[in-house]
Design a binder for this molecule. Structure first.
Ligand code: AVI
Length: 311
């Protein structure tokens, strides 16, 4: 049986323009490279969001607790929980009554996270949900306990506008009146700062993109020559969209599962978008989906915002 990955790769590479989905970046090696990205000098996003959580943890706690005695803290794509641990520690220190429910499609990711949380915070109530985000929503509490959903890291930025709206509408439908969404957006800023974040000098982001070609070679019997593709990110300050391409430096034929994919010289594969927002963009997105914005938390440079939305 042909996997969803194989189907998506073959249809993406036979389309015009050629495209691959960035959701496939995250195999084991991709996860490791992304960890490196988050530690890069140029990649300000993680540092800014960490600063927001550190600086405003008490106000965030008070907001989550406003008008209720307990809540479920649900997280989409928790990863290693590095940033979330700031909040978890703050809530535990204040004896807040809450349960942490990280959601991830990978059982392995959840298990590693749960083990590290048990070691660091033995009194924390953790109950992971292994499922796709939208399906996991059906497992959420609707017995009166508030759900607070964390969607950190500007992960929303990897969706096109229409996908972001569909995703947030699905989330809205899955929540109860009064539930909260705590969501991270990367803000529009000096285009050079943005471009550098996706074009680091040490080439880690290039390797992150090329790793998907490697994954195709490994898992789909491909024969991409990685040295014949160049990483090329762009940023359009009008739309706020960062787009990453891999550009074929010559005419070449790549075989994937016995299918030939032809590249013209300098033909590009669209790899990823990372959308940057203005506060107006964020307000209109929240309104379009039906949420009301309760509060916005910024880092000192105003590079990033964590916006709190209520259903
Ligand atoms: C996961 N996501 C928010 C990252 C971003 O900034 O778009 C993925 C990434 N791609 C290149 N560098 C980081």
């Amino acid at each position: 049986m042909i996997t969803q990955f194989a189907q998506d790769v073959l249809s993406g590479l036979s389309a015009t323009p050629k495209t691959l989905s960035s959701k496939y970046f995250y195999d084991e090696k991709g996860d490791r490279i992304f960890q490196k990205i988050m530690n890069l000098e140029e990649y300000y996003l993680t540092k800014c969001e960490y600063e927001i959580l550190e600086t405003h943890q008490h106000q965030i706690r008070d907001l989550f607790m406003e008008g209720t005695s307990k809540f479920n803290l649900v997280e989409f794509g928790a990863g290693d929980g590095f940033k979330t641990k700031v909040l978890l520690e703050c809530f535990l220190n204040a004896d807040v009554d809450f349960r942490y429910r990280p959601i991830d499609i990978s059982g392995n990711v959840l298990q590693i996270l749960e083990e590290s949380l048990e070691e660091e915070f033995p009194s924390l109530k953790v109950e992971g949900i292994q499922n796709e985000y939208m399906k996991a929503l059906r497992e959420l509490e609707n017995g009166g306990t508030r759900n607070v959903v964390l969607f950190l890291g500007s992960n929303i930025g990897n969706f096109k506008h229409s996908q972001a709206v569909t995703f947030l509408k699905g989330l809205y439908e899955g929540l109860n009146e009064g539930d909260l969404l705590f969501i991270g957006f990367d803000l529009k800023k000096d285009p050079e700062v943005i471009l550098d974040a996706y074009n680091d000098k040490s080439g880690v982001t290039r390797d992150f993109n090329l790793n998907l070609l490697n994954r195709i070679n490994r898992e789909l019997k491909g024969n991409f020559d990685l040295s014949a593709f160049r990483h090329f990110p762009t940023y359009d300050p009008l739309t706020g969209t960062t787009t990453s391409y891999l550009v074929s430096t010559k005419a070449q034929t790549v075989e994937i599962m016995d299918t030939a994919v032809e590249f013209d010289p300098w033909e590009a594969i669209h790899m990823e978008i990372s959308q940057k927002y203005s506060m107006k963009d964020i307000e209109s997105l929240a309104t379009q989906v039906g949420f009301s914005i309760v509060r916005n938390f910024y880092d000192a440079k105003r590079y990033f915002v964590n916006s709190v939305w209520r259903k």
